[in-house]
Design a protein around this ligand. Structure first.
Ligand code: ADP
Length: 277
């Protein structure tokens, strides 16, 4: 009887403490949601005045007489900083969005061949590659059918490729690989970007996916990022049930790889939905 009572009391104790901790967490969750909503709304609201400032600065620049170098320089700075701030706000907005979507899993999934998007991306980066004196190779020999949110997967590819270009100096090489592995019960989509750039120390490799974290501050800062790209990339991969990994050797280069698995039935289902539309 004594042993039975002990078990009963500890079970009740456990239930009560679970219930209490759940209740205690509720206000935290509400506050967290409010904060995320605020970031999302604020980013949106801030973009409008910024684009007005930018077009005003551009208009002033057009009728500016070139004989006043100080004015010219100040206008240049104004435009540059407004553009930088718009970039930050866009990233914040994407982050707030991907955060909430990851939580409620609001992905617009479809089945599609991701290879043309990768080819288009390489096309868009051609200028940056040429200007920086890099070489770039896309290794995607066959069509790659995936199931996922098209826009978000493309964004993920852009983030990793953009970083590889940013953190590799003249003469370096960037390689993008897309492949699919078929297993018995699922398919894996593997996307990787390798570069021969500045690399990331072992200690920093653990932190680069954190928001606003930037490894080598002096070198990274020159590139004008905000330390948000990789955390957005990670939330996109995780929202798809996948993961993102980094392997890197300082001064040698880095490889970022994403693996997303999906079940063949998901492919089948997406195909049927597509067909019935
Ligand atoms: P951002 O590039 O805007 O600073 P990210 O979140 O994309 O932000 O990356 C975080 C940090 O990780 C960067 O500041 C940089 O220090 C490091 N990093 C990311 N990608 C690479 C890369 N391919 N090579 C070297 N360092 C990188």
């Amino acid at each position: 009887i004594f042993a039975g009572m002990t078990i009963l009391f500890s079970a009740i104790g456990l239930l009560v403490s679970r219930w209490m901790s759940k209740r205690a967490l509720e206000p935290v969750e509400i506050a967290y949601n409010l904060q995320r909503e605020f970031v999302s709304n604020a980013s949106h609201e801030l973009r409008t005045p910024l684009s007005v400032i930018l077009s005003a600065a551009e208009a002033l620049g057009m009728e500016n007489d070139k004989s006043n170098p100080f004015r010219e320089k100040m206008l240049g700075t104004l435009k540059h900083e407004v553009k930088r701030m718009s970039g930050l706000i866009t990233e914040l907005l994407a982050l707030a969005k991907s955060d909430s979507e990851q939580k409620s899993l609001k992905l617009r999934k479809e089945q599609f061949d991701i290879r043309p998007a990768a080819e288009q991306m390489v096309e868009s980066f051609t200028n940056a590659i040429r200007t920086k004196g890099l070489s770039l190779k896309l290794d995607a020999p066959v069509p790659i059918e995936v199931v996922g949110d098209r826009d978000k997967l493309i964004q993920l590819m852009y983030i990793l490729t953009d970083n590889a270009i940013k953190y590799t100096s003249a003469g370096g090489h960037v390689e993008i690989k897309l492949k699919k592995q078929n297993h018995k019960k699922h398919d894996d989509f593997i996307f990787s970007v390798s570069d021969t750039g500045i690399g990331i120390s072992l200690e920093d490799q653990k932190k680069v996916f954190e928001r606003f974290y930037r490894a080598d501050k002096t070198r990274s800062r020159k590139e004008g990022g905000y330390g948000l790209g990789l955390s957005i990339a990670q939330s996109i991969a995780e929202a798809h049930g996948g993961a993102i990994e980094v392997e890197s050797v300082p001064d040698r280069g880095s490889v970022f790889s994403v693996k997303i698995s999906f079940e063949p039935e998901a492919v089948q289902q997406a195909r049927t939905t597509e067909a019935s539309v």
